[in-house]
Design a protein around this ligand. Structure first.
Ligand SMILES: C[S@@+](CC[C@H](N)C(=O)[O-])C[C@H]1O[C@@H](n2cnc3c(N)ncnc32)[C@H](O)[C@@H]1O
Length: 310
């Protein structure tokens, strides 16, 4: 198994300490440890996310069409690849449609990245894992340069929605060449969208980084809230936070952390979009052209295949 490391475990551990001190835990820590990875895989297999699996399966049947303009080989760069299960059907279909396929799963989580590499190697796809921070524009450029164009960039599993989608799409769009394609999915906003994440599996996933340092969910209140992103109509986020009911402490490699009664720790978030807002993000905001748009069977998820427009 080959993995290139741009982000070390020591860097992640130091950042975890800094983030907990700042009471703000970003996305990467929710997949970092084997416990978090397990909780994520359980959530990803929750019936609420079945639509995502379906829409990526439908996409796989279009692998030939999407890549027919590409020369012999195609490089697939999956940003926030997780365990690679989401794109498995697409990779299999590309192997049939194209003479050569190379796969570059990019992720900050060592356990998930190893799983993605192992899955692709079992399918005899030439693979290089890249352990990197996709919220860093510098790492994004390095990951995008892992192979020559033409490339298929993937952002699967509502990964775009775990970052600032406006910043993330601008950065990716800058790396896109005319023959490259970006395939990105998103959660469609609906009235009870919070329930997608505020479920028993969603709560275990959200709490895993704190349970790893010895906190209990009964030590406070874990809240899921829906907010609007006022920068554009149709952009919503589901935020998560934990408020301590009493004084809490944890011993980390970087030193002791004290969280006082009443203090709130902000956690990761997930965006949800109206279809119009999703299209606006891709086309008007990021300067991309949507070539195909697919929906999951019950329209809970939207997926777009995009090219550079200008
Ligand atoms: C919502 S999951 C989606 C995983 C996978 N694509 C899927 O469809 O199931 C987000 C993925 O992004 C990774 N991730 C989160 N923050 C990251 C960061 N800053 N840099 C790199 N990967 C990150 C996580 O480890 C996780 O695998």
């Amino acid at each position: 198994m080959k993995i290139e490391v741009l982000l070390t475990e020591t860097e992640i551990a130091d950042e975890f300490h800094e983030s907990l001190t700042a009471r703000d835990l970003p996305e990467k820590f929710f997949y970092w440890t084997p416990l978090s990875a397990r909780c994520w895989l359980a959530l990803a297999n929750d019936p609420d996310f079945e639509g995502l699996t379906q829409v990526w399966k439908r996409l796989a049947s279009k692998a030939g069409e999407i890549t027919e303009h590409m020369s012999r080989s195609v490089a697939v760069v999956s940003l926030g690849a997780g365990d690679g299960a989401r794109e498995e059907h697409l990779l299999n279909a590309l192997q049939t449609a194209r003479p050569a396929v190379e796969y570059f799963p990019v992720d900050a989580s060592q356990p998930l990245l190893e799983a993605a590499c192992a899955r692709a190697e079992d399918a005899e796809v030439q693979t290089l894992g890249i352990k990197a921070d996709i919220s860093s524009p510098a790492h994004l450029v390095l990951a995008a340069d892992a192979s020559e164009s033409p490339k298929l960039f993937l952002l699967a599993g509502n990964t775009l929605g775990a970052f600032d989608p406006l910043d993330m799409l601008r950065s990716i769009s800058q790396s896109l060449r005319p023959d490259d394609r970006l395939i990105v999915d998103g959660l469609v906003h609906r009235e009870d969208v919070v329930s997608c994440y505020d479920s028993p599996a969603g709560r275990r996933f959200a709490f895993a980084p704190l349970s790893r340092i010895g906190f209990l969910e009964s030590d406070g209140k874990l809240r899921f809230e829906e907010k609007r992103d006022q920068r554009h109509a149709g952009l919503y986020l589901i935020t998560r936070s934990f408020q301590a009911d009493g004084d809490l402490s944890a011993e980390l490699s970087g030193g002791k952390i004290l969280v006082q009664r009443g203090e709130r720790i902000s956690m990761n978030f997930s965006y949800a979009y109206t279809p119009e807002a999703f299209r606006w993000l891709l086309e008007q905001h990021a300067g991309l052209k949507v070539i195909q748009e697919l929906y999951s069977p019950f329209n809970e998820f939207i997926l777009a295949v995009c090219a550079k427009a200008r």
